[in-house]
Ligand binder design. Structure first.
Ligand SMILES: [Zn+2]
Length: 172
């Protein structure tokens, strides 16, 4: 008979979360079952605790694998008001080489993304880097489909970046 891995209780109930059947302990609330589904739920909880949308959080984490990078804000955009998605990035004094590497990764990632992503730089109490999609049209013509499509790219960017930052050309 199945027992809770956390407290040993036999009071397991079936819980359907994110479309996957998991076991929840009736005594201590521990969840067990499909490891990928558990990891996704953990990540979602972590994102919520830090105030990030689960859509942007994997990319935030990938960027912060780089010691000179610090994400200060990130948004998946707003479909209702046509606000485009963005990530605000602060870079330490010695981090310009890492920005160059980020642009190299982005160049490759842009072959898989639905929209072309760019890094802009602006002055806001020091340099602020903004990672965002470019829509190639006047702002007033950006529609909610543009925003929706750009949202798909967060996962692609996160996957490529978290892979690249561990490669030798990024570390050298
Ligand atoms: Zn338990």
């Amino acid at each position: 008979m199945a027992v809770c891995e956390e407290c040993g209780s036999h009071q397991l109930e079936i819980a359907v979360l994110e479309g996957v059947e998991l076991e929840r302990c009736g005594l201590c609330d521990h969840l067990q079952g499909n490891p990928q589904a558990i990891a996704r739920l953990d990540e979602r909880r972590e994102a919520e605790e830090l105030g990030y949308s689960p859509i942007v959080y994997p990319l935030v984490k990938a960027l912060e694998l780089v010691p000179t990078f610090h994400v200060t804000a990130a948004s998946p955009g707003r479909v209702e008001t046509n606000e485009f998605p963005f990530v605000f990035l602060r870079v330490a004094q010695d981090g310009l080489r890492d920005v160059e590497r980020l642009l190299t990764s982005l160049e490759m990632a842009n072959q898989s993304t639905r929209r072309r992503w760019v890094v802009e730089c602006t002055l806001q109490r020091g340099l602020l880097f903004i990672l965002r999609p470019r829509f190639w049209k006047p702002i007033l013509e950006i529609d909610n489909n543009d925003i929706r499509e750009a949202r798909y790219d967060f996962k692609i960017l996160a996957d490529i970046l978290s892979r690249d930052v561990k490669l030798s050309w990024w570390r050298s």
